[in-house]
Design a protein around this ligand. Structure first.
Ligand code: 5GP
Length: 178
């Protein structure tokens, strides 16, 4: 097994680029079916979801829009739980079908704080697509409508996800080695 070092920690391979790719295609297919005849607006949460959002959106074959917002800062290997809106949502979402793109749902805090802000703007519907979910870490329950992978509560990097700013450019997903 090929361990890699990111910053000061060792990580082991967890999900290959092929596994991620084929799962994303399946998730996108489901969204294409469910939203046929509609024109959903995807809202991707930066920074972590940029790579997932890009690959997912390329597989969307129905009419769809995408925009990007920035909400949370995440430091080290634990969720800081501090949500900040750095880049605002500059689109009118009244009556729109919204699909929020998140990289990973850990405690659920980020989404549970953000969802009321979205609901407040009276969209027609709101669904969540997340690449990863750590069910054991869930403290604030959020319904994930489309999910890539359910994973154990171990810190992961790669495919857009960072450890102290590094590792986002890795094509695969690695997890903290014991
Ligand atoms: P939550 O608010 O659900 O606890 O955490 C969501 C955010 O925490 C994610 O968008 C992500 O930025 C960060 N996060 C949670 N778990 C991990 C992880 O294992 N690796 C990385 N790199 N970020 C994580």
């Amino acid at each position: 097994m090929q361990l890699i070092r990111v910053h000061d920690k060792q990580f082991e391979p967890y999900l290959t680029a092929e596994e991620i790719d084929s799962r994303i295609k399946m998730v996108a297919q489901q969204i294409n079916q469910d939203y046929a005849g509609k024109r959903p607006l995807f809202i991707a949460i930066l920074n972590g979801s940029f790579m997932f959002a890009s690959d997912l959106f390329k597989e969307i074959t129905i009419d769809a829009e995408i925009c990007f917002i920035k909400l949370a800062s995440y430091k080290g290997t634990k969720s800081t739980g501090h949500v900040i809106t750095a880049i605002g949502l500059d689109m009118d979402i009244i009556g729109r079908d919204i699909i929020i793109i998140e990289d990973i749902v850990d405690t659920g805090k980020t989404l549970s704080e953000f969802l009321p802000q979205i609901d407040h703007q009276q969209p027609s519907s709101v669904k969540i697509v997340a690449l990863l979910h750590k069910p054991e870490a869930m403290v604030y329950p959020v319904k994930i409508d489309y999910l890539g992978f359910s994973i154990p509560s171990k810190f992961v990097v790669g495919y857009g996800l960072d450890y102290d700013g590094l590792g986002r450019n890795i094509r695969e997903i690695y997890r903290l080695a014991e």
